[in-house]
Design a protein around this ligand. Structure first.
Ligand code: NAD
Ligand code: ZN
Length: 363
């Protein structure tokens, strides 16, 4: 079973996103067009250990000189140190403009490997094979690549489109529950900003006890990828509509920061952030049932008890977000489910109330 979406960008690169359970044949067919004998694989350490045979059997036949670089697990791999090591590896093994690089892993591997592919020889072919739910529905789409800097996350990078993306849900068989929940937040986000029926579909998965079944998720993954693709296609360099993808995120970034980027996962923070955004939306006349989101609360097991600073300080934290212009907080809010808009905050009192309310929900 496989399926695909054609991505048209304003750059010269258009490409396909493939979806399915076990995409070996599709991948085999795709790589047959490459003339190189060598290829690079930058792969997440866990994925290498548990899924090596799955990708190697296809890639090695076509590229006898397959060069595998293991990306350490965790956000720390998006560093200058690992970037340097990866570039040393790629240049050291010999690379030409036509040598493809496969990024196999979650968003961390995708962002790092994407940046390596974007910068080595000013760009070599990049193929994403996302292996987490989050990477399949979010990070492998849109062409953002990069690493972190001590000043902040994702501050060094470039826009670089892949040649193809293969979302093979066979990889998800080993994904732990907390990573499903992490990706779930982005899928819920697509439901909130674009397709409210997505929330009902997730509910059905939970009712059917298929919450961690990759095959059961295929349709939702495809719909999510389509929504991100469509939004990005209209706004490749992030000037307008792409901001809608930040729904819940302005609140979430403060939560992540308050938790020193270790207490709360991105997905947990985005979940709480979306609840805050719905509350704020309704304060401004929106008509969204908070229960649409709250029905998933038990999956998260989230407490914001460790956030000890006041709502006013949290608002100050929002002003420091990298997407803030001239200290003015911009929120993505909803008129109703599926109808987002950008709101520039002039009066911060209602944002403070929003924080108060949100913290109460997660006490
Ligand atoms: P991740 O890459 O760290 O993966 C999460 C964990 O899952 C890791 O421990 C990894 O080893 C493990 N893992 C990966 N595949 C697995 C599998 N099949 N089975 C079992 N375990 C597996 O994190 P993530 O959530 O995938 O991505 C987060 C990163 O993505 C962040 O750095 C974020 O900044 C970035 N991101 C980028 C974009 C973008 O547009 N480029 C968008 C959103 C997020
Ligand atoms: Zn996110």
């Amino acid at each position: 079973m496989s399926d695909k979406i054609f991505v048209q960008t304003s750059t010269e690169k258009n490409y396909n996103l493939h979806f399915g359970y076990d995409l070996s044949e599709v991948l085999k067919e795709y790589i047959s067009s490459y003339s190189a004998k060598k290829a690079f694989v930058l792969v997440d350490a866990f994925v290498l250990k548990n899924h090596r045979a799955h990708f190697e059997k296809v890639l090695k036949k076509k590229f006898p000189e397959l060069q595998i670089f293991e990306v350490p697990r965790g956000e720390k791999a998006k560093s200058f140190e690992i970037y340097n090591k990866a570039v040393d590896f790629v240049l050291g093994k010999g690379v030409e403009r036509a040598t493809p690089l496969f990024a196999i892993g979650g968003g961390v591997t995708g962002d790092l490997a994407g940046f390596v592919a974007a910068t080595v020889l000013r760009g070599i072919p990049l193929i994403h094979i996302p292996t987490t739910l989050l990477a399949m529905v979010d990070s492998s789409i849109g062409g953002k690549t990069g690493i972190n800097h001590s000043v902040g996350k994702n501050l060094i990078g470039s826009f670089y489109q892949p040649d193809a993306v293969f979302a093979d849900v066979k990889y998800l068989e080993t994904l732990p529950q907390e990573e499903w929940v992490n990706g779930l937040s982005e899928v819920l986000k697509y439901g909130m900003i674009h397709s409210p029926e997505i929330l009902e579909q997730i509910n059905t998965l939970i009712d059917d006890e298929s919450f961690t079944d990759g095959k059961a998720w295929l349709s939702l993954i495809r719909q999510s990828a389509q929504i991100k693709t469509d939004i990005v296609a209209e706004d490749v360099l992030e000037a307008g509509k792409r901001a809608f993808l930040n729904f819940g995120h302005t609140f979430a970034h403060v939560i992540e920061k308050e938790g020193n980027f270790s207490e709360y996962s991105h997905g947990e923070a985005v979940y709480a952030g979306m609840i805050a955004a719905v509350y704020a939306s309704n304060k401004l006349g929106g008509r969204i049932e908070l229960s649409n989101l709250l029905q998933f609360k038990s999956l998260y097991d989230l407490s914001l008890d460790t956030i000890l600073v006041s709502p006013a300080e949290l608002v100050e934290g929002m002003k420091a977000d990298k997407k803030v212009k001239d200290e003015q907080i911009q929120l993505i809010l909803l008129k109703e489910p599926g109808s987002p808009y950008l709101y520039k905050v002039l009066e911060t009192e209602f944002v403070e109330q929003t924080w108060e309310h949100t913290l109460k929900i997660f006490r």
